[in-house]
Design a binder for this molecule. Structure first.
Ligand SMILES: *Cc1c(COP(=O)(O)O)cnc(C)c1O
Length: 383
């Protein structure tokens, strides 16, 4: 990892990587601060699962903990142990629960499991009894999404079991199925069910909102919001008023250019046929780099603000773009094009590929050279 003190030049030279992925940690921090103010007095936790959506859980968690974030969420225990080592005394929650037999490891790492099943609660209570402590944990309730958490029946059984006495209940959480559609009736249903279910439990802080609900639904914010996507600069819904700073920039190198006569085909299956003489450039990024294969004949790259349509299929390690619009000396081998950046947002790439920005982010490849921007190094250490 390189830490840049200044914005990188558009074409970092020399480079031996297929592409350059620039991650602006200052933008992550500024998005965190903006969203924190937005949801106040609700506290804001950061969701850094899946390697902080592909952007690097280590650097992202460190930057956010230095900014004052005290609650981090990941999916797996292995992720939690890695994040915990970066964030000191901040709390790290494991959304997918604790696997059977891993309770001592989880407790030793001072990581908080999100207990999703009666079995998980029983095992966590037992792990605490062996240590003569009530180990801290969160409990998740299924309020209608049918994904993770205790059902109403299981919650009743839990309350009758007495197991809760052996657990230090620090957070009760649930998740909305349609947070990005604030008018969906299921949101109000889930909120009501959550409130009724929470009333059966000892009083504890609660958390329901992801990025979309944090932005759009004040009633879902509770004590702690859990934001992922918005921190990484992507608007979770179309009609939010928040200004988010872009975090990701992706550039790839031109490795060859050529003139095509009318009638020439391009790429596997020759799915593109030049209708007139044209000029194309081959770019060193393909589907093995997480650049979606179904952007073939649909997506684009940008050079100096000019849109360069992808022609033919995206290959594993490269793709070809139409650079005719730039003229004969417009672009040449060794220059770099923008794949994600000021001219082409993650949302646009995702829409062109028929998917969501979450998927584009989490699939960003491992062959890129990664550069982290952090100009405003925090002066205060983490609390
Ligand atoms: C991934 C996840 C989040 C974060 O969602 P965003 O839409 O990225 O803000 C919050 N809560 C849970 C339970 C999640 O799985």
């Amino acid at each position: 990892m390189r830490l840049a003190q200044h914005p990188p030049k558009f074409a970092p030279l020399p480079s031996i990587a297929s592409g350059q992925l620039t991650i602006d940690l200052d933008a992550v921090v500024s998005n965190y601060r903006a969203l924190s103010r937005w949801v106040a007095p609700t506290a804001l936790g950061a969701v850094v699962k899946a390697d902080a959506y592909g952007l690097g859980a280590g650097p992202v968690s460190r930057a956010l903990s230095q900014t004052g974030c005290r609650d981090f969420f990941v999916a797996h225990l292995s992720e939690a142990i890695a994040v915990k080592s970066q964030v000191g005394t901040a709390r790290v929650y494991v959304l997918n629960g604790v696997p059977a037999g891993a309770e001592p490891m989880c407790a030793d790492a001072s990581v908080l499991p999100v207990l999703n099943t009666l079995d998980q609660v029983a095992r966590w209570a037992c792990a605490g009894r062996m240590r003569n402590v009530r180990l801290p944990a969160a409990v998740q309730l299924d309020t209608g999404m049918s994904r993770l958490g205790l059902s109403e029946t299981e919650l009743s059984a839990l309350c009758r079991s007495g197991l809760l006495q052996d657990i230090n209940l620090r957070l009760v959480l649930s998740h909305l199925a349609s947070a990005d559609e604030p008018a969906a009736p299921s949101n109000a249903d889930q909120r009501r069910r959550f409130e009724a279910m929470r009333a059966m439990l000892p009083k504890a802080p609660w958390s329901l909102a992801n990025s979309a609900a944090s932005l759009l639904d004040p009633e879902s914010r509770g004590d702690l919001a859990r934001a992922g996507l918005a921190l990484y600069g992507v608007h979770p819904a179309q009609n939010d008023d928040m200004r988010l700073a872009a975090v990701v920039r992706l550039e790839a190198e031109v490795i060859q250019t050529r003139e095509l006569p009318a009638g020439a085909g391009v790429g596997y299956g020759l799915t593109y046929k030049a209708e007139r003489p044209m000029r194309v450039a081959t770019i060193s990024a393909g589907y093995a780099d997480g650049w979606p294969r179904n952007l073939g004949n649909r997506g684009a790259a940008y050079f100096r603000g000019v849109r360069l349509p992808i022609v033919g299929r995206v290959s594993m390690d490269s793709m070809t773009v139409d650079v005719t619009a730039l003229g004969s000396s417009g672009i040449h081998e060794g220059q770099w094009v923008e794949l994600i950046g000021p001219h082409q947002s993650l949302e646009v790439v995702a829409a062109d590929a028929g998917t969501i920005a979450y998927e584009i982010l989490t699939r960003l490849g491992s062959r890129y050279e990664r550069q982290y921007i952090q100009r405003n190094m925090p002066t205060e250490p983490a609390a």
